[in-house]
Design a protein around this ligand. Structure first.
Ligand code: MN3
Length: 261
């Protein structure tokens, strides 16, 4: 293990509860010094993962469970409005705006990689379309799920322990000012990284500081929790851990690693 990796590991061990900003900036400075062990740019990786083609007629995938199935972590009415109104609106707007912006038929991930060239409303709605599409898949009815195998090993290596990771990710969500998302992503060095974004931005976008391939996401917009939790975002964030679909997070992690290697 190099000195750099040692200091990084020590940093994770010492990271405080309030350390998300510090965590992100420190990680960034290490990443800037590190040479990529995999020798590819994130853009190249993203092009391999481009699964959602922009057609101007993109559709929401069906929810893989019923509106009531995430109770009591997320209430039925919130799920119904979130999926059938909010996500539906992002989808409709993205279709109209990608047609208007003449994006042509291109992978959504490619659009994100060059999103700085497009109008902000398209970025907001394409982000809203993709982020929710991902979000629905990484949730599942509570069944005592926990990460296992290779993913658990990577979480432990990157963050010290699963509990420490949960604390860092939870803080990213709780402390995001205003609307946004918390993320666990695989960066271009094949390492796991936690970050947060505002609005409907995500780690695939050229305009986002901490880039990566997202494998876990948490929507902290008020529309995701306000009916049930009102101003108590931290309670919503804690309840989220009971309904994470770790099998799907693991599948996405393996897929990201395959794209990078
Ligand atoms: Mn939402």
């Amino acid at each position: 293990m190099t000195t750099e990796q040692n200091s990084r590991r020590d940093f994770f061990k010492k990271a405080s509860l309030s350390g998300i900003a510090l965590f992100v900036s420190s990680r960034f400075s290490f990443a800037a010094k590190a040479s990529s062990p995999v020798g590819v740019s994130l853009d190249q990786v993203i092009s391999k993962l481009a699964e959602y083609q922009l057609t101007g007629q993109s559709k929401q995938n069906p929810l893989p469970y019923g509106y009531a199935d995430l109770e009591p972590s997320v209430d039925t009415k919130t799920m119904e409005i979130h999926y059938s109104k909010h996500h539906a609106a992002y989808t409709k707007n993205m279709n109209e705006m990608s047609t208007a912006a003449n994006t042509g038929s291109k992978p959504l991930f490619q659009l994100f990689a060059e999103i700085d060239k497009y109008p902000v409303p398209l970025k907001n709605n394409a982000g809203g379309f993709y982020n929710h599409l991902l979000f629905w898949t990484i949730l599942a009815p509570a069944a005592g799920q926990v990460p296992e195998g290779k993913l658990l090993a990577a979480i432990t290596e990157s963050f010290g322990s699963f509990d420490k990771f949960k604390e860092i990710f939870s803080n990213a969500g709780k402390k995001q000012f205003g609307s946004g998302w918390a993320w666990l992503s695989v960066d271009e060095h094949a390492k796991l990284v936690v970050s947060a974004t505002a609005n409907q931005d995500n780690p695939l976008m050229s305009t986002t500081e901490v880039k990566g391939i997202p494998v876990l996401a948490l929507d902290v917009w008020e529309h995701a929790y306000y009916l049930q939790y009102q101003n108590r975002r931290p309670e919503y964030v804690e309840a989220f851990w009971k309904i994470v679909n770790w099998k799907e997070v693991s599948r996405r992690y393996d897929e990201a690693l395959l794209a990078i290697k």
